[in-house]
Design a binder for this molecule. Structure first.
Ligand SMILES: Cc1cc2nc3c(=O)[nH]c(=O)nc-3n(C[C@H](O)[C@H](O)[C@H](O)COP(=O)(O)O)c2cc1C
Length: 467
């Protein structure tokens, strides 16, 4: 049965769960205190997981939701440059709950309340003050802020952002320190770096970053000059992980580079000793790669429900098509030609209506409800305070990485980066503007957790905990 709009809403977090911490009544009991603690991320949330990496364009909202559905405990937003978000208007779609941060001509960032407890928002910045302002602009809709210190593209580095920060550690650390100082403690601050050419320099940088008070550090195991097709140097990470452990701080290091999925993350974990693993390209190809049993024949399994979800969420058709064009996975029933034909039908289509026959019917609301259910029914569910709304809901997957046994045998898959990887592009979601505030009826705060018609807060009042 197709769930009604109300039934989807019933699955979404209650007002109590999504409102900023400051409006909670003071804890009256141990249970209440415990619940408060569970409602936000901390360093432990970055341990033992396989996460979705930040990906401009490819890390769009529907892909993040699919990744969460299939077991990613945390998802990173695509990088958004600090200045780009500052003057965006925050608009909530009253029907779907989608929150759009609209710039003058396009949405800079879109999110949905259901992903908030797991969403790390990535900033591109070369200025501590702007970084803080940007973070405060979106803080009501995200759980952590990550600083991009690895993008090697000129659009990023020419302004001193991304990988340029790797050679400007004072600025890099100033930004992290400012973020940590100015943001409420419930919001994690983390960084994503690349390896430096020398191991010693990498360790020096890592130590400085760790001392800023970050909750986690992701290391993309390529140097700034390495091309995406070159195999990631994950073997270099073990020494860095051990170095961080030797600092006597309990800060998880997340390994990134060439991981192919949940199963393969065990290999990365074994080689690097890292606490968690982050996946970009393989998730771009199949967001169900976080599952113990990733979807096969994505053209007939993943893509129809992805299309339905995208249409329901009003995802820009061109962006939907782009993401779908990146999808591919193991084929068991489809032939290569069949898979190719299905994808090219979608890529040639000018809108959702032209692919109706591929999706059955447009029950995107049901697809969203399924995602919400999967997220809520995960075990363990360290990030949600309330029990799943429906006890009958089948259990989700156990998404944390089991410790890898020593001496595990078997051939490691080659450390190869897929050949068709696209390079990151200038930060923008490429989405059209979200609905204007006047266009539709507002969504109740029970869904959004905050007043949906409130314009993007000024940095000063962005969060009640702001100093
Ligand atoms: C399409 C695409 C977009 C990316 N966008 C970002 C980004 O916005 N921020 C970032 O830190 N890294 C970005 N990256 C780099 C990835 O997060 C990741 O570090 C890199 O691809 C290595 O991981 P992988 O080997 O699993 O692909 C992007 C990568 C791809 C393929």
């Amino acid at each position: 049965m197709r769930p009604t709009h109300r039934s989807v809403m019933a699955l979404l977090p209650s007002r109590k769960m999504t409102r900023p911490m400051s409006i909670f009544p003071p804890p009256e009991s141990e249970r209440a205190t415990k619940r408060l603690k569970l409602e936000h991320l901390n360093s432990d949330s970055f341990k033992n997981g396989v996460f979705l990496a930040p990906m401009v364009r490819s890390g769009a909202l529907p892909t993040r939701l699919m990744s969460l559905k299939h077991g990613a405990p945390l998802v990173w937003s695509p990088e958004v440059v600090d200045k780009a978000i500052l003057h965006a208007e925050r608009v909530v779609d009253p029907v779907t709950g989608v929150i759009s941060y609209n710039g003058k001509t396009r949405a800079i960032f879109t999110t949905h309340p259901v992903e908030k407890p797991y969403l790390i928002y990535q900033i591109g910045s070369a200025d501590p003050e702007l970084a803080v302002q940007a973070a405060k602009t979106v803080i009501q809709d995200v759980s952590g802020i990550d600083l991009n210190c690895g993008c090697p593209k000129p659009f990023s580095t020419h302004a001193g952002m991304g990988a340029a920060l790797l050679t400007n550690p004072d600025l890099l650390c100033d930004i992290l320190t400012a973020l940590r100082r100015e943001l409420p403690p419930e919001v994690t601050v983390s960084a994503k770096i690349r390896l430096l050419p020398s191991q010693d320099d990498t360790k020096k940088l890592v130590e400085r970053i760790i001392r800023t008070g970050v909750s986690a550090l992701t290391v993309h195991c390529r140097t700034r000059n390495m091309r995406p097709r070159e195999a990631a140097l994950i073997e270099r990470l073990r020494e860095i992980v051990e170095f961080v452990e030797g600092l006597g701080v309990d800060i998880p290091v997340v390994a990134n580079g060439d991981c192919q999925g949940w199963e393969d993350a065990k290999r990365v974990k074994r080689i690097t000793g890292a606490s968690s693993v982050m996946i970009a390209t393989a998730a771009e190809a199949n967001p169900s790669c976080f599952s113990i049993t990733p979807l096969q024949d994505v053209e007939t399994t993943l893509i129809p429900s992805y299309l339905r979800l995208c249409k329901y969420l009003d995802n820009y058709w061109a962006l939907t098509k782009f993401c779908i064009s990146q999808f591919k996975g193991v084929r068991t029933e489809l032939t290569k030609n069949e898979a190719h034909d299905l994808k090219s039908r979608i890529i040639k289509a000018k809108g959702y209506d032209e692919v109706t026959d591929l999706v059955g019917s447009w029950t995107g609301e049901a697809d969203l409800a399924e995602i919400v259910n999967s997220i809520y029914s995960r075990r363990p569910r360290p990030l949600l305070a309330e029990p799943p709304p429906d006890p009958e809901t089948p259990l989700g997957q156990f998404t944390t990485l089991a410790p890898v046994e020593d001496g595990s045998s078997g051939e490691d898959p080659p450390l190869a980066t897929p050949l068709d990887r696209l390079n990151p592009e200038p930060p923008t979601s490429y989405a059209p503007l979200g609905p204007s505030t006047g266009a539709r009826m507002p969504q109740p705060a029970i869904i959004t957790g905050s007043d949906m018609l409130t314009p993007t807060p000024t940095p000063k009042h962005a969060y009640p905990f702001s100093p």
